[in-house]
Design a protein around this ligand. Sequence first.
Ligand SMILES: NC(=O)c1ccc[n+]([C@@H]2O[C@H](COP(=O)([O-])OP(=O)(O)OC[C@H]3O[C@@H](n4cnc5c(N)ncnc54)[C@H](OP(=O)(O)O)[C@@H]3O)[C@@H](O)[C@H]2O)c1
Length: 267
Amino acid sequence: MRSIFSSDVLQGKTVVVTGATGGIGQSIAQQLAQMGANLLLTGRNQQKLARLKQSIQAESGQGKIETIPADLTDAKDRERLVKETRKALGSIDILINNAGVFAGALLEEVEQAELERVMNVNFTSIVMLTQQVYEEMRRRRSGKIINISSLSGIRGWEGGTIYASSKFALNGFTQCLAVEAAKYGIQVNAVAPGFVETDMAKEAIGVKARRAGKSLEEMWSQMEKGLPSGRLSRPEEVAAVTAFLCTDAANNIIGAQMRISGGGLLG
Ligand SMILES: NC(=O)c1ccc[n+]([C@@H]2O[C@H](COP(=O)([O-])OP(=O)(O)OC[C@H]3O[C@@H](n4cnc5c(N)ncnc54)[C@H](OP(=O)(O)O)[C@@H]3O)[C@@H](O)[C@H]2O)c1
């Protein structure tokens, strides 16, 4: 087994990273590029994808990098994404389902359209994209599927009806598929971060702040103080754990929910 700390540990592997235009996705892409992977980066924002590709190529430039803009809630976009990835980079070895959206709503505030939108991005589209990629992995009897879930998929919270429920569903899917897929040599796992310093955390902590009549800064600091580590996680810390799960060192990790939370949920 090659050392997981060598710069060619993922050489020759094709990895699809969804949500690559966001805070965590960008870090995952940068980390995997440093490990030699061939990357297919996707998100809806074409300009952000182009800028990310440029910056990764300027920094590491080992593996190939392709970008395909796609709205993952659109079945045709998902189909095109998989087809074009195979054409550009060959078979998909690793799928990282990282794209996601946040919503904070008490039950009385829940609107069906919003519930369906979030469930679609955070759950339904992941199941359907994975189904397309899984078929080929099963035939080849190898592959890795990593779902970026959340601590919100492990414990509920006031206002989490939409977001937390979507992440509970994603964790359920991860466990079910992990059991189905293991016999084909495919490892399926979840990464479950607590708050991570990205735009999404600003949005989520902002909702909590408004409810409590506090400023974003006050609520941010309160969230940090509530954690055993005393701080939120950084995108590169989530990327490092995700990258570990991409290596052969993680071949016997099946159906895990890797928490990166500064000790959140322990206290
Ligand atoms: N930040 C946190 O505190 C935190 C904590 C726990 C878990 N997470 C999870 O980590 C993942 C990444 O979050 P983040 O903090 O990096 O969020 P972010 O910066 O808001 O990025 C979200 C990503 O999802 C993509 N996306 C959203 N809707 C999409 C759609 N319909 N089709 C395709 N792509 C779509 C966005 O791309 P475009 O805008 O280009 O479409 C963007 O790349 C999410 O699944 C999130 O739930 C985050």
